[in-house]
Ligand binder design. Structure first.
Ligand SMILES: [Zn+2]
Length: 511
């Protein structure tokens, strides 16, 4: 379903620091000339479930590890796939590893209050052979499911899944609405990658990593997943370390992809994190960025090194917080439009707030602020002009103080079109048959898809019949969806109501 492109990618890697980095580097540098075979895998786990582990109850091939039953798929959908597992015992081992990763994610400062927004799923399909291959074709080969392979581009710790069509087909079979793809390769060598395909697909890879004697897979996963945050227009978090092996690879990345907020080759006067200067630990560190002559914002950060699991620096934290906001919608159970605009009507929303609530609520009538801090608003239509139509908006904004650049905030906006003028005539028609509308049309940012009865599903397709949006669990007379990322053009909106009646409308998306 995706265009098949062979073009590469922005990928980014990870680094250990200090002694750890030196030992890993020296261990592998000689191998760049003549790659050794991967070390023999020694199973250290019996495969028997540990006390308290869920391993006994794991479902194969698909398991839901945690799920937000309030928000459903409006939450953040993370899918972990296993590559190079060859039996159920290995799946049980890898599953325990995923449990550990979930705990680690919860412990990250900016994710902890928002951890309720994480839906985590696991896909475990069996490979023909165990672990990952080494190097390019002609080196060793391993018949694993996703083609995971170390030593890509001569960088030993860089592990990439080469059969990404298989990987994403497996994910979409179970979680078509996925937001983040993780590839856990059943190999005990240290390695990882955050891999961004030009077609928009992206996957972070990591390994069990026990060869080094450290249990670093979680740290690597946390580091790598930050690389594949496609934060709207603001770039991917980059590495903050200097690595002469990696530099030639970075040199091949189109400059348009080098827009990471946390490293720069710019001059001192053009540093990207100016708004964070003055915060503890934030500065402008020369000769320590991705490559020589690049700069980074902090002396330490998990994007700098994973050993010891340092916290995210404020620049990275700001971006990952704002990025998570852009991946979820905490607003649910929105009041439908009233069927007539007379008398009083109470509009109400429900919001799944973070544990440390940093959300600000605002209600705007025709873009004028009329209420704050409340989740419902009563309008008396006799006091609202019926000579024009109106728009009521509920704006929920995450004002987390760690999002220092307020332009990075992505408020969740719920809006109602109050057609007090247009429905002054024809009210009886509204009550007699199902009505269906898509407004505004043309649309630039968001459309409201409304029916006088419950909508079951909504699909938006382009003129070539390709699906660009689908929601099979609307269960509401009103669905709002963002169309700002769609290419300008004409689309077909199809909705099916609870009564089984289908509607289609043409939708024009304009700039
Ligand atoms: Zn950082």
């Amino acid at each position: 379903m995706f265009p098949h492109r062979l073009a590469v990618i922005l990928f980014v890697l990870l680094s250990l620091s200090g002694n750890a980095q030196r030992s890993i580097t020296s261990q592998f540098q000689s191998s760049c000339v003549s790659p050794p075979p991967p070390p023999a895998f020694v199973a250290q786990d019996s495969g028997v479930a540990e006390t308290g582990s869920r391993s006994v109850g794991y479902k194969i091939p698909f398991d839901t590890i945690r799920f937000n039953h309030v928000l459903g798929t409006q939450a953040f959908d993370v899918v972990v796939c296993f590559d190079g597992v060859i039996n159920s015992s290995q799946i049980a081992n890898a599953d325990r590893y995923v449990d550990s990763l979930v705990k680690t994610l919860e412990s990250i400062a900016q994710y902890n209050p928002r951890f309720k927004y994480f839906n985590v799923y696991r896909v475990a399909k069996i490979s023909n052979e165990q672990g990952a291959a080494w190097g390019f074709a002609g080196d060793t080969n391993v018949d694993n499911r996703y083609g995971s392979r170390f030593n890509k581009y001569g960088l030993p710790r860089l592990i990439l899944p080469e059969k990404y069509d298989t990987l994403f087909a497996d994910i979409e079979q179970f979680v078509p609405q996925y937001d983040l793809a993780l590839n856990l390769c059943y190999d005990k060598k240290y390695g990882g990658s955050g891999w961004n395909l030009y077609d928009g697909r992206k996957v972070a890879s990591f390994t069990l990593d026990e060869q080094t004697g450290w249990h670093l897979g979680d740290e690597v996963a946390c580091h790598e997943m930050q690389h594949i945050m496609p934060f709207a227009g603001h770039g991917f978090l980059g590495d903050e370390y200097e690595d002469t092996l990696a530099c030639p690879i970075y040199d091949t990345i189109p400059i348009s992809y080098l827009i990471s907020p946390n490293f720069t080759g710019d001059t001192f006067l053009d540093r990207k994190w100016e708004h964070c200067m003055g915060l503890p630990g934030i500065g402008f560190y020369p000769n320590a960025g991705i490559c020589p002559n690049h700069y980074r914002p902090a002396d330490n950060c998990i994007m700098h090194q994973v050993f010891g699991f340092p916290a995210f620096c404020p620049v990275c934290r700001e971006n990952s917080t704002a990025w998570l906001d852009s991946m979820i919608n905490p607003v649910y159970n929105v009041s439908p439009l009233p069927l007539s605009f007379s008398g009083g009507y109470t509009f109400k929303v429900s919001v799944d707030t973070p544990f440390a609530n940093t959300f600000l609520y605002q209600w705007l009538l025709d873009d004028t602020l009329v209420a704050t801090s409340v989740d419902s608003l009563t309008l008396n239509f006799s006091q609202v002009s019926n000579s024009v139509n109106h728009t009521l908006k509920f704006v929920c904004t995450d004002v987390d103080g760690h999002i220092i650049d307020t332009t990075l905030r992505r408020p969740w906006i719920t809006s109602w079109n109050l057609l007090t003028k247009d429905t002054a005539v024809g009210v009886s028609v509204i009550s007699q048959s199902e009505i269906f509308s898509v407004t505004p049309n043309p649309a630039k940012t968001e459309v409201s898809i409304q029916s006088s009865s419950l909508i079951k599903s909504v699909t938006i397709t382009d003129m070539l019949g390709r699906c660009v949006f689908r929601n099979d669990t609307v269960n509401n007379p009103l669905l709002r969806t963002d169309v700002s990322t769609l290419t300008k053009g004409v689309y077909i909106v199809t909705a099916v109501t609870k009564s089984g009646k289908g509607f289609t409308r043409k939708l024009v998306v304009s700039f």
